[in-house]
Design a protein around this ligand. Structure first.
Ligand SMILES: NC(=O)c1ccc[n+]([C@@H]2O[C@H](COP(=O)([O-])OP(=O)(O)OC[C@H]3O[C@@H](n4cnc5c(N)ncnc54)[C@H](O)[C@@H]3O)[C@@H](O)[C@H]2O)c1
Length: 333
């Protein structure tokens, strides 16, 4: 006896009862039938993959229209400085209601004032994003005072830069608390409303240090690889759910070196190849990617393709290129 189930993505699952009383002929017929079904499924999935691939190439040359963020309630952590501030200014200019969250109230208020000066709407909230209770209380407060957050930008982060053996336990715990756990607490606080409405966007600040390992950044690389893993897994959890969450978009940002002061001692051998990007240019690229619902970008974009090609080669081969480029971060005092 065979039961056939259709999964969410259209695949067909066969449950053949092992003790079914097949005659030899029936057994052979069943095997032929199973083989035919499998061949058909492989054909369908191959066609689907090719169509999606062709569509992606088309979209590369003819990018989709940017979506509007007018009226979206956009929460940005670490909005008081650097890329967080620059993103806040740009989203504010585009008509978003910007909820600026930072542990530093002065920088945060400056950002809010700058948004208001350009006739945007913005609210400042002071919060240490590592404090889960404070985040949940903040979520309730924002809901009452501003409304439901429809876009979460998990941006706040720190970057201790020294050899692993000179990094103490507190520093390691701290970088994981801010760069990883805080992102999870914030997603847990704001995703449920997005799921209820099947509308929302979560943006995560990862890094090129979450794509390749770099010296002096062992724990930091760990946190940024974790962010990429969390986002990829969350994407699958939403995609494979029986409910429709196709209206919730995810974007992962992987900058290399951005001139915000976070990277104290950058080392660049070929500045034309591995440019240090200004926070303004980085924010332009982030907003561009978010408005087009891109899943992942690197800044600069060339690193995305260089990395993909290098990953197809044996591990020792791209190391020559890495040594040749000889760039990264020197340890901080
Ligand atoms: N600057 C770079 O070269 C670079 C490269 C790759 C990735 N990134 C990532 O981009 C993000 C932003 O980096 P940036 O360079 O703009 O940083 P930044 O230092 O300029 O700004 C970070 C902001 O986060 C805030 N913050 C820090 N800890 C916090 C906490 N516990 N709670 C709330 N707010 C807190 C700070 O007060 C500050 O306003 C970070 O996640 C960083 O890891 C930066």
């Amino acid at each position: 006896m065979a039961s056939v189930e259709t999964s969410k993505n259209g695949g067909v699952t066969q449950n053949i009862m092992s003790k079914a009383p097949w005659t030899d002929e029936q057994g052979i017929a069943m095997k032929v039938y199973q083989g035919a079904v499998l061949a058909l499924e492989v054909l369908v999935v191959t066609i689907k993959m090719y169509i999606t691939w062709i569509m992606s190439i088309f979209q590369f040359f003819f990018p989709r229209e940017p979506k509007s963020v007018k009226g979206e309630i956009i929460l940005i952590t670490g909005a008081g400085h650097g890329m967080g501030r620059e993103m806040a200014l740009r989203f504010g200019k585009l008509g978003g209601v910007i909820v600026c969250v930072d542990i530093n109230p002065h920088g945060n208020k400056e950002t809010v004032d700058m948004i208001k000066k350009q006739d945007g709407k913005s609210h400042a909230y002071e919060c240490d994003v590592t404090n889960r209770e404070a985040i949940n209380a903040l979520a309730e407060k924002i809901k009452q005072e501003v409304g439901d957050v429809t876009m979460l930008v998990n941006n706040a982060g720190i970057m201790p830069c020294k050899p692993l053996m000179q990094t103490n336990e507190k520093e390691i715990r701290n970088v994981f608390e801010i760069n990883v756990l805080a992102q999870l607490w914030l997603i847990q606080a704001f995703l449920p409303k997005m799921m209820e409405r099947n509308h929302g966007h979560i943006v995560a600040m990862a890094s090129m240090a979450g794509v390749i390992g770099l010296r002096n950044l062992v724990p930091y690389c760990g946190t940024k690889f974790a962010v990429r893993g969390i986002m990829e897994a969350l994407h699958e959890e939403l995609r494979e759910d029986k409910r429709d969450f196709s209206g919730i978009k995810l974007t992962v940002i992987c900058p290399y070196i951005v001139d915000t002061g976070l990277c104290k001692n950058p080392k660049i051998k070929f500045p034309t190849l591995m440019k240090i990007v200004s926070p303004q240019i980085a924010a332009d690229q982030i907003v561009h990617a978010v408005r087009r619902n891109y899943y992942e970008i690197t800044i600069p974009s060339s690193l995305y393709y260089i990395n993909k090609i290098c990953r197809t080669l044996p591990r020792a081969v791209p190391l020559h290129l890495k040594d040749f480029l000889d760039s990264g971060l020197e340890a901080q005092e």
